[in-house]
Design a protein around this ligand. Structure first.
Ligand code: GLU
Length: 525
């Protein structure tokens, strides 16, 4: 059997679509599963803008996820060039071969003629097919057209008596009637190739064995099959995989629908997170990072393991129950017969649960390394390599426990990193727990004195101190703990109280309690 060769052929759009990444992953997995090759080819025939800049985020997404390519941009290979814009001679040669073999023809029809042909077909209630009047032209007529500068496209001469059979690895046996197909344009009048021609020439010449792509291309496949046959190429195995749908919906996930997604309950949390995190780390929303793009997940602090796990489960399963899988496990088990036909919806909650799992697999040092850049970019930490700072970040992360899901979650615990006099009090919590709470200020004054005098300023020592305090005062723990939390952290919730106090340290705790008491009293006046 020949070596399995798969490819992903993105158009450089300036970002990597999460659904496209899933298609790429399936190609990569199938190649790796079979010990074959995965090729990255750039469909840049229609591009006028700066290709390098538009391609960069796409390559970066592959690198971030660790999906290496055996041939393509940056790495080269024996079947290059890997940019369609550099392969024009090959397309031209294929078109010339088809013309010479009588399998394609120059079509001189004007748009008006074609429009009239279509209308005639419609009024006679028959399927529109090309009239092929250009086949009847004499050499001198053609010369005359050429002299007039009349544009001519090249069309494939569809063999109308054929049934086109496709055995798709996902969709099964699909049949198309060539007798119903108009002759497709394969070369524009300006000499540039159409997608269907370029793709077939590339896939064949790059010896691609499996074409795994989104199901929206199934309708292109009959034309491509005819081109394969006309050029005498062997057909690859096609596999048309279901599209990635928007959360909770059945329609394809699309950047054009971002306004709608913003309002969708399933998606809202992702947008809210972006709104809170990106401006703080110096990435304005204007930069356009949204959850349709792979870059969003990288920048907000997801792990490649979680994204790969989630993408693999979008339309593929190992069995009826396994959700959590490492990339190695997925590679080992990936087969096309377990790809489903139905659209697979992106599920932000499920994605977060994968993320939470993979985050929990990291060592504390690894978590510190992931979270620190967020603190630095937000200006909360100057030098993340400083040992004392590192230790403190580690203590906060340990205290966060399961609340650390994505790396930027550390920013929700900024109370540990802001200066004592800069910390903001959540006004609702402050009113409820301190200002409008009987005895709160008085109790805070007392506990502050005890904290100031404490010798064991660690979680165990503070645990004992607090318990002795409530016993001596004859109050419940709830009467002091909430006020104390708001006083030292500014927030209603956070990590375990004793850990919180010990990480902040005696001086900060005392200063913050003083500040809270002063604030409560000044507001009272
Ligand atoms: N550039 C095409 C796309 O992004 C490639 C389609 C194919 O895989 O044949 O949709």
């Amino acid at each position: 059997m020949s070596t399995v060769r798969t490819r992903f052929a993105p158009s450089p759009t300036g970002y990597m679509h999460i659904g496209g990444m899933r298609t790429a992953l399936f190609n990569w997995l199938w190649a790796r599963h079979n010990g074959g090759q995965f090729i990255l080819r750039i469909d840049d025939t229609d591009q006028e803008r700066n290709i390098a800049a538009a391609l960069d985020p796409i390559l970066q997404a592959f690198k971030w996820l660790g999906l290496n390519w055996d041939e393509g941009p940056e790495v080269g290979g024996d079947f290059g060039p890997y940019f369609q814009s550099e392969r024009n001679d090959l397309y031209r040669a294929a078109v010339d071969q088809l013309l010479a073999d009588g399998k394609a023809y120059y079509c001189y029809d004007t748009p008006e003629q074609i429009q009239a042909d279509r209308e005639a077909a419609q009024s006679e209630k028959r399927n529109y097919l090309n009239i092929r009047r250009s086949l009847e032209l004499t050499a001198s007529q053609k010369e005359q057209f050429a002299a007039e500068g009349r544009p001519a496209v090249v069309r494939l001469l569809v063999p109308r008596d054929q049934k086109i059979q496709i055995d798709d690895a996902v969709r099964g046996h699909v049949e198309f009637d060539a007798g119903l197909m108009p002759d497709p344009v394969i070369l524009r009048a300006n000499g540039t190739p159409l997608y269907n021609l370029a793709t077939v020439v590339d896939d064949a010449q790059m010896q691609i064995t499996h074409v795994i792509r989104a199901e929206e291309h199934l309708s292109n496949t009959p034309v491509q099959v005819l081109i394969y046959q006309a050029l005498g190429y062997e057909l690859p195995q096609f596999a048309h995989i279901p599209f990635v749908a928007a959360p909770g919906g059945k329609e394809k996930l699309s950047k054009r629908k971002l306004d709608k997604y913003r309002k969708s309950p399933q998606f809202k949390k992702m947008f809210d997170k972006a709104d809170s995190v990106f401006p703080r780390i110096g990435l304005a929303n204007a930069e356009g990072l949204d959850p349709v793009m792979v870059e969003y997940y990288e920048k907000i602090g997801y792990l490649p393991e979680a994204i790969l796990n989630a993408l693999a489960r979008l339309g593929w399963s190992l069995d009826d129950k396994t959700e959590i899988m490492s990339l190695d496990t997925i590679v080992e088990n990936f087969t096309l017969d377990r790809v489903v036909k139905a659209a697979a919806g992106l599920d932000p909650d499920k994605l977060l649960s994968f993320q939470s799992h993979w985050m929990n697999q990291l060592s504390l040092d690894e978590k510190v390394a992931m979270c620190s850049p967020y603190l630095v970019k937000a200006g909360l930490v100057q030098d993340a390599d400083d040992e004392t700072t590192k230790q403190k970040i580690g203590q906060v992360i340990a205290g966060m426990e399961d609340r650390l899901k994505i790396a930027s979650d550390i920013l929700d615990f900024d109370e540990f990193f802001v200066a004592d006099d800069q910390m903001e009090y959540d006004s609702k919590a402050f009113k409820k727990r301190i200002q409008n709470s009987d005895q709160a200020v008085e109790l805070l004054g007392k506990i502050k004195n005890q904290l100031a005098a404490a010798e064991d300023f660690n979680a165990d020592g503070l645990d004992k101190l607090l318990h002795d305090f409530v016993e001596a005062e004859g109050i419940g723990m709830g009467q002091i703990i909430h006020a104390l939390r708001v006083a030292v952290s500014g927030k209603a919730t956070g990590i375990g109280m004793f850990d919180c106090l010990s990480i902040l340290g005696k001086e900060s705790c005392v200063r913050r309690i003083d500040r809270a008491m002063a604030l409560a009293q000044s507001d009272e006046n």
